[in-house]
Design a protein around this ligand. Structure first.
Ligand code: UDP
Ligand code: MG
Length: 354
């Protein structure tokens, strides 16, 4: 049995040696590989990873040409993972490696997904905890498939779960939603989340909000429907107000006070319309981006990685992989695909273009 550990990294030079040490300490009973996906780091991360890869060939490194984002990095890691079980975790030791044996245990008992669930969160502000809680609540109401609350991207996937995830190649990725969408057998494992071991979060508030919005809009059309309800309520209120004004004007001598209510209504309605337009615009923009079918990431360097047997849709691999991947061709969907040197070691799921 081989365990792959996928770790997206952005400027994590300080924690990588620490992380590897803890992984080695924990995983002495199982064959493992760790796949670092360097998401365009600008600090010493590349050289630290290069050194570690030279020292130990179980340490594999994929380097992106630029920052493609955490979710793209996770995708690439899953694309290159060879394990029978694959764990995705953060580099900053917020996801404790010591949990891996227990996760493997559950995997061996037949679960396709093992999800460590955050009992508590150390080192995070009250604001972040509160907004996270609110987000999971709102999302679980809106999303088409229920998502498990307080589970991040720290997860174990069985081989077949990885193959299934690989077949979802959408541009705007929200892994937690994809896992829920797959509907595979999932086990929960409560744990206490520690503070970052070193360095700073790469998810400041705005990025977090953007990510939350992608989470909602990728798995729910609810925001588009809010304006229907709001429109109904406001129109009804407007109609009642119209009746009242007509009555006052025709049957009483009262002067109808006009401008204040007009301005107020104008503000409310314009605001609502702009909001609704913005939400629609966002869906349309993402449709447009999806229609372009751009690759999800560009790999410019790789160490200790050999994936000769795979073709990866929507991925650009410019790095030399050993053994060589062979020339790239455009397949019938106009995507760059490496010609496999050997027979594929896995069969794509039925009905899936791969
Ligand atoms: N990360 C990444 N690309 C990004 C942002 C983050 O690869 O654009 C990595 C980062 O190095 C870390 C993980 O994703 O291993 C989670 O990021 P972080 O710890 O900064 O987020 P937080 O835990 O604060 O939400
Ligand atoms: Mg973190």
């Amino acid at each position: 049995m081989l365990l792959s550990v996928v770790i997206p990294v952005l400027n994590e030079a300080q924690v990588i040696p620490l992380l590897l040490e803890r992984l080695r300490d924990t995983l002495h009973e199982v064959a493992w590989e760790v796949i670092f996906v360097d998401d365009g780091s600008t600090d010493a991360t590349p050289s630290v990873l290069g050194r570690e890869a030279l020292r130990d060939e179980r340490v594999k490194v994929i380097r992106f040409s630029r920052n493609f984002g955490h979710q793209a990095a996770v995708t690439a890691g899953l694309d290159f993972a060879n394990g029978d079980a694959v764990v995705v975790m953060d580099a900053d030791l917020q996801d404790p490696p010591e949990l891996l044996p227990r996760m493997l245990n559950l995997f061996e008992r037949g679960y396709d997904i093992v999800s460590p669930q955050r009992n508590s969160r150390e080192g995070e502000t009250r604001f972040k905890r509160w907004t996270a809680k609110l987000f999971y609540r709102v999302l679980s109401r809106m999303a088409d498939q229920p998502m498990t609350p307080d589970v991040g991207d720290f997860r174990l996937f069985s081989r077949r779960a990885v193959l299934a995830i690989r077949s979802l190649r959408e541009q705007h990725r929200y892994m937690r939603g994809m896992v829920a969408w797959l509907g595979l057998k999932e086990a929960m494992l409560p744990f206490d989340r520690k503070a970052r071991a070193a360095g700073q979060t790469n998810y400041p508030l705005l990025k977090m909000m953007r990510f939350a919005w992608i989470g909602v809009t990728s798995f729910s059309a609810f925001p588009l429907r809010i304006s229907i309800a709001a429109g109904c309520i406001l129109s009804a209120a407007g109609f009642l107000y119209f009746l009242r004004v007509t009555y006052l004007a025709l049957w009483t001598k009262a002067l109808v006070p006009g401008w204040a209510s007009v301005v107020a209504l104008q503000c409310v309605f314009s605001g609502m319309i702009l909001l609704a337009l913005g939400a629609i615009g966002d869906y349309v923009a993402r449709n447009y981006e999806e229609a372009k079918e751009r690759p999800l990431y560009v790999v410019t360097e790789a160490r200790n990685v050999s994936v000769a047997e795979k073709s990866l849709p929507r991925a650009v691999i410019l790095a030399d992989l050993a053994p060589p991947l062979g020339p790239f061709v455009m397949d019938d969907t106009e995507r760059a695909v490496a010609i496999p040197a050997a027979a594929p070691s896995y069969q794509p799921l039925a009905g899936v273009r791969a």
